[in-house]
Design a protein around this ligand. Structure first.
Ligand code: NAD
Length: 244
């Protein structure tokens, strides 16, 4: 018996990193899982992999509708798709602000809007939004990214309030620096990626990067019926960076 037997889940950004680890964990616990991603996901173990850009409402509407049709409904939505941005407050152009905001914040809203009619028909409706340590920790050179992830936390509480009466829970996770292809891509741009990785690990309170599986475990708990009394909150998965 899995915690998600008979439940249906949609994971955005599920082709890589935290999203892929979450999709796999949900499937291993009995969920029927659909992945929505800009990139082609490997369909292994998943009910559907739909291509869509969360920055494009038409693409999101048709992909969510196709995923929900294949799954036969929807109980769990994981809003994980996101992109990074570097720079202090004055370093990014208006275009960059609009582009990253449009993916990380409005993209989450687009997917949620498209998924809500199906979630409303579920007896176990749950949404988990992926925020970041950047939402609360005051990281240098991350002004735009931090603002979008702060908005994800604010949205989580507002959505939880709006959807409480309909029985849909909404929570967030705030990962610290996680060992995913995203971070690998950033390290590849440095002169010595191995040394940079070691330095990054040493800067974490617990001396290593967070694993994608650890973030997936937190997301999966918040999405599960076992978390039935938990809504409007966030769970840090950051080795103690924000809490200590
Ligand atoms: P990743 O780059 O490994 O995976 C992100 C996935 O999202 C990719 O498959 C990508 O194709 C997809 N994606 C990107 N833009 C998209 C779009 N417009 N439409 C649809 N799909 C899109 O990254 P990750 O590290 O697994 O990050 C996942 C989430 O976790 C992001 O929201 C990120 O902000 C958050 N996060 C990551 C870290 C970290 O250190 N890796 C820390 C905190 C929060």
């Amino acid at each position: 018996m899995g915690a998600f037997d008979g439940l249906r889940a949609l994971v955005t950004g599920g082709a890589s990193g935290i999203g892929l680890a979450t999709a796999r964990l949900l499937a291993s616990q009995g969920a029927h899982v659909a992945i929505l991603d800009l990139a082609q996901a490997s369909p292994d173990g998943f009910a559907a992999c739909v291509r869509a850009d969360v920055g494009d409402d038409t693409s999101v509407t048709s992909a969510v509708s196709s995923a929900v049709d294949t799954l036969g409904g929807l109980d769990v939505l994981v809003n994980n798709a996101g992109i990074g941005a570097q720079g202090a407050v004055a370093d990014n152009s208006d275009d960059e602000w609009h582009r990253v905001w449009d993916i990380n914040v409005v993209g989450l809203v687009r997917v949620t809007r498209a998924a809500l009619p199906a979630l409303r028909s579920s007896a176990h409706g749950a949404i988990v939004n992926v925020s970041s340590i950047a939402a609360t920790a005051g990281l240098p050179q991350r002004a735009l990214y931090s603002a979008t992830k702060g908005a994800v936390l604010s949205l989580t509480r507002a959505m939880a309030a709006d959807l409480l009466a309909e029985g849909i829970r909404v929570n967030a996770v705030c990962p610290g620096t996680a060992d995913t292809p995203w971070v690998a891509r950033l390290l590849e741009r440095t002169p010595d990626p191995a040394a940079e990785y070691a330095a990054l690990a040493a800067r974490q309170p617990h001396g290593r990067l967070v694993s994608a599986d650890e973030v997936a475990a937190a997301i999966t708990y918040l999405a599960s019926p076992a978390a039935g009394s938990t809504t409007g909150t966030s769970l840090a998965v950051d080795g103690g960076m924000d809490g200590l």
